[in-house]
Design a binder for this molecule. Sequence first.
Ligand code: SF4
Ligand code: SF4
Length: 481
Amino acid sequence: MSATPVKEAGRPATAQRAAEAPAKGPSRGSASANPPGHDRPYLASEKDLAPLGLHWVDEAERPARARELLDKMRHYRRTFQMYMDVCTHCGACAQQCHSYLGTQDPKNMPVARADLARRIYQRYFTWTGRHLPRLVGAEDLTEETIEAWYKYFYQCNECRRCAVFCPFGIDTAEITIAMREILAYLGLVPRFLTSVGSNVLRTGNNMGIPRPALLDTVQFLEEEMKEETGKDIPIPVDQEGAEVLYNPSSSDFFSNPDTLTGAAKMFYAAGISWTLSSEIIETANFGLFFSEPLLRAHSQRLIRSARRLRVQRIVAGECGHGWRTWRMFSETIHGQLEFPITHCAEEACELLRQRRIRVDPEANPQRVTYHDPCNLARAGDIIEQPREVLRQITLDFREMIPNREKSFCCGGGSGLLMDEMMEVRMQLGKAKADSVRATGAEILCAPCAICKAQLPLVMEHHHVPVQVKGLLDLLGRAIIL
Ligand code: SF4
Ligand code: SF4
């Protein structure tokens, strides 16, 4: 499929903006590049932080402020405090983190990453740490501590694989989320994340796509589908009273259009009325990665939009952490909702079970394997549904090892999908590349916008000859219209 109008207009500045890098650690003012290893994502400026209600805390005040924030966090997130207290340092998680396996940096072991926070927590908030700090390895909070937090909590993909192997279920992703929130209140956020966050607040999507560009792209894709199928398959926008509000990833409008047209074909074939909302064409919720207020604001926008359009349900598109956010936090934030929120893989699976859509697996004759996006498999209960769909729409489906809740992360999740971290991202993707290579697959199905952006680069870097596609992309090929 050729480029969409949005793509032709050039990728919006969001993901591409070059910025000045800190010369050393998380401080500002230098125009030099990041140090070798690209381990310090470019920092947001005061101006970048402002739309998100954040500001830079002066370097001299940072350790004291960080201590206050850590104290607040342990009371606000009780799981954080529990994870600080219960680790026995058994080491069962150490070899299970792709970040450690890829970088070989011992501080990227989950237990060592968490210890960057735990040693400070013990120093100030436990009796032993206050009186016998050496006994438990407790440390004072200094500027170097904050520098290490910034480096290592931005080398965690929040993938939760470590939690699967920890005998106590310690979820280092939750620790990372809490620590990034603290860093944000110190004004230490990668510029990439503040750019995305500002776009979301302004336009309801990560890329900052305005309504006219959205409508142009939709028209273009409808014309492409007409050319391909001979049918008038609509992509409705802002249709009040539709059965479904489909909430895609904004990247579907410029880099993954086959995912969006796959959804359009599915709804058309099943006779389901549906609509996009121009208010929110973004299922991703980057607030999960550094800002709870942003997470809440984006969630509120989706629910407001669904109520305004009077839909019967929301169907989430292909985005792992977006699904995690809708599924895990929607009712926590809004109370019980009057409509369900489902995932597009569940929708496709159910339509096939009910025989409301028919498919021809000959349309996908290549060997296909499936990548479990972390947030679908380990935080979203989307494990068997995509497999059930793939077995019906392909001729040669093979599982990779490990799979399901033990699958390795692509290395791009949790907001690390920035050019400044490319070298680290390729290291983080190595375990996944090895898993895919062993299958001999020609197509890697990965129903997550972030995985679809990260995996082609990882596969090329590690010399794995495979094409990366979404689930709806493959369904769109196979569906009989
Ligand atoms: S597996 Fe759990 S208890 Fe053991 S070191 Fe890792 S986080 Fe701590
Ligand atoms: S959440 Fe994932 S990336 Fe982070 S420490 Fe655990 S295994 Fe590693």
